[in-house]
Design a binder for this molecule. Sequence first.
Ligand code: CU
Length: 67
Amino acid sequence: MAELTLTIEGMSCGHCVMSVKKAIDALEGINSSDVSIGTARVDYDESKTNMDEIAKAVQNSGYKVAG
Ligand SMILES: [Cu+2]
């Protein structure tokens, strides 16, 4: 398992938190995610997904990954 923390721009409320969490959790290989406004901590299986895919899922849900 690997862990990663993303800084996310454009989140402002609980709806944003739910959208981001849903997008991350939909990926294969996500063990757990802890999302709050502006940040997401993700535990994932690095044989099934990676930082790029997780960042892409966040961006596809309408938010910007800052780092
Ligand atoms: Cu919102």
